[in-house]
Design a protein around this ligand. Structure first.
Ligand SMILES: [Zn+2]
Length: 149
């Protein structure tokens, strides 16, 4: 599944259900540090268009720069990297506001692929939306417990 709905996701990854309501992304082959795992596709829109989108699309838009956001084309076309769950000690990362996510550690088969949401989700965007938070369950030694993003 290298290209899924206009985005790229590594064929070494698979989206799986974690429980009744949550999904996550897992390695189905060994991944080396530095490998490109996902590139987010979508439509780039200015903020005044984003606020008019359906809430199920709007929540998957994230900030790029200068009041422009990248959003899914529609509710069914979400980039697979949006299924990466948060970890305070993640195994993937990327440049600030970048569309490309890379492995920052070697990742074993069967491991969940995670991203630190605090890093760039909606960065510089607090004037446009209230900050969000959730209770983290990543269980890493570095866990911040309450994640604001
Ligand atoms: Zn955590």
């Amino acid at each position: 599944m290298p290209f899924v709905d206009d985005s790229y996701i590594s064929p070494k990854l698979k989206i799986k259900k974690i429980n009744k309501t949550e999904k996550g992304v897992f390695a189905i082959k060994h991944i080396e540090k530095g490998e490109i795992l996902a590139i987010t596709g979508g439509v780039v829109l200015p903020y005044h268009r984003v606020v008019k989108l359906h809430k199920d699309i709007k929540k998957y838009c994230y900030y790029l720069e200068n009041n422009f956001y990248i959003c899914p084309f529609n509710r069914r076309k979400k980039s697979p990297d949006l299924y990466f769950n948060h970890s305070c000690d993640p195994n993937t990362g990327g440049e600030e506001n970048a569309l490309t996510t890379v492995a920052i550690k070697n990742i074993k088969i069967g491991s969940e692929v995670t991203y630190d949401y605090r890093k760039d989700y909606w960065k510089n965007d607090n004037k446009n939306r209230p900050p969000r938070s959730f209770h983290c369950r990543c269980k890493s030694k570095k866990c911040a417990e309450i994640i604001h993003y």
